[in-house]
Design a protein around this ligand. Structure first.
Ligand code: CP
Length: 313
């Protein structure tokens, strides 16, 4: 499918909510184009030659940070990664002063930011003259993760519309879940969550999300199951009795997956807690697990996002 770049009119990528269905399709179509060429080492379109991309990760990351860097470099850009742990943030410099300082010094063409505070990327976007991309904030937004999840599903199942997709586990504290619910719903998937009552949020970002507290019940008729990490860094004490009891009730095993459709596929955004939310036999199952495909698709999705935001006429 050829991407209709004209359909994309966003200045920043802060969240899923502002994106239209046409804009999501444009990102996915362009991501497909890049994904098909990812293994060609010589494929370096160089459309961002001379551009500077600044990454600011105020929280840890392996997948998102590295794939943004790889995406930018494959498009020919220069990337400046700031090591927050060794920056003047440690001396008390505010988020805005840090960004304005780096903005004045580097004149970046895009800023990619991950921050624990909800709204930090949107706040920064109001103070700089370049596109800002949210690489995850609080438990609410992680737009490029949701886009790469959608791409992974679409490439394997051929569509999103009409699929039954279960998001399973610590939904309350998960920005992956909060970004995926609106994206998958907009694209016509039927989204349900499966979680203990203590890990279901008071409110969902969109209407129409079914909830189950029994994994076996919730898995019925599912095409896709997305397992989530227990987000202990954002969780109050006592919401989960023990990792063992959690795994017994909600851990994905091959036995429990028999309740879903026979061709069910399993996803996990990572990092995984093996033996807590997912068994090794599922995580490493070459027929069912899409986990490494999700990681791989992070690069083309982020190439597409950088392309669309930085090469607008
Ligand atoms: N899925 C995800 O955001 O992973 P990282 O925290 O490693 O970036």
């Amino acid at each position: 499918m050829t991407a209709d770049k004209q359909a994309f009119s966003q200045a920043h990528l802060i969240g899923i909510e502002p994106l239209s269905v046409e804009e999501i399709e444009t990102i996915l179509d362009l991501s497909d184009y890049y994904a098909d060429r990812l293994d060609e080492k010589a494929f370096r379109p160089d459309i961002l030659r001379g551009r500077i991309i600044l990454t600011l990760f105020f929280e840890d990351s392996t997948r998102t940070r590295t794939s943004f860097e790889m995406a930018a470099k494959r498009l020919g850009a220069d990337v400046v990664n700031i090591d927050i742990d060794q920056s003047s943030v440690k001396k008390g410099e505010s988020l805005l002063d840090t960004v304005l300082t780096l903005h004045a010094m580097l004149r970046p063409d895009a800023i990619i930011i991950r921050h624990k505070e909800y709204g930090a990327p949107g706040f920064i976007a109001q103070h700089v003259d370049c596109p800002v991309i949210n690489a995850g904030d609080s438990w609410r937004e992680h737009p490029t993760q949701a886009l790469l999840d959608a791409l992974t599903i679409r490439r394997r199942k051929g569509r999103l519309e009409g699929l039954n997709i279960a998001i399973c586990g610590d939904v309350a504290h998960s920005r992956v879940a909060h970004a995926n619910m609106p994206l998958l719903s907009k694209m016509g998937a039927h989204v349900r969550v499966i979680a203990p009552p203590t890990l279901i949020p008071d409110k969902f970002p969109v209407d129409g999300i079914k909830t189950f507290d029994s994994l076996e019940e919730g898995l019925k008729d599912c095409d896709i199951v997305m397992a989530l990490r227990l987000q202990k860094e954002r969780m109050e004490e006592g919401l989960v009795q023990s990792e063992q009891s959690y795994f017994a009730a909600y851990g994905l095993t091959l036995e429990k997956l028999k309740h879903a459709k026979p061709d069910v596929l399993v996803m996990h955004p990572g990092p995984m807690n093996r033996g807590v939310e997912i068994a090794d036999e599922v995580a490493d199952d070459p027929d069912r697990s899409l986990i490494l495909e999700q990681v791989r698709n992070g690069v083309p999705v982020r190439m597409a996002v950088l392309d669309l935001l930085l090469t607008k006429q």
